[in-house]
Design a protein. Structure first.
Length: 122
């Protein structure tokens, strides 16, 4: 008698707080490369704090950015992403917040949800 393997939709070694393993994106992501400067902001109006950091871009969509950071970034941290000029194109700034951060092979993979769709910004 042959037994069938058990069907598993998620890894059994998943820890509490891990991102949900199912695809939740509502926009198609496009691969992108390059480095950007970001300002991380937290603490609110009573004690605002800012930190300048650098991120390596992985992918981008109209509503979010996937990137790699060398240090972890807390969820809900506000970020300003400075997209540098390229050729005749002007640079621009994007605003959003960190929605997830997970340890990866090259650092910490972060997801940024943008405040406005990219098509509205450009």
């Amino acid at each position: 008698m042959q037994t069938q393997p058990a069907l598993r939709l998620v890894k059994t070694d998943r820890r509490e707080g891990d991102p949900i393993p199912f695809e939740r994106r509502d926009q198609h992501r496009k691969p992108i490369s390059g480095r950007v400067t970001v300002i991380e902001s937290w603490g609110g109006a009573e004690s605002p704090q800012n930190k300048i950091a650098s991120l390596t871009l992985k992918d981008i969509s109209d509503t979010g950015i996937g990137a790699i950071s060398q240090e972890p970034i807390e969820n809900d941290t506000r970020v300003t992403v400075f997209i540098p000029p390229h050729g005749p194109e002007r640079g621009y700034d994007l605003y959003g917040r960190i929605v997830w951060c997970a340890r990866g092979e090259d650092g910490y993979e972060v997801g940024i949800k943008l405040d406005q769709k990219m098509t509205a910004c450009a």
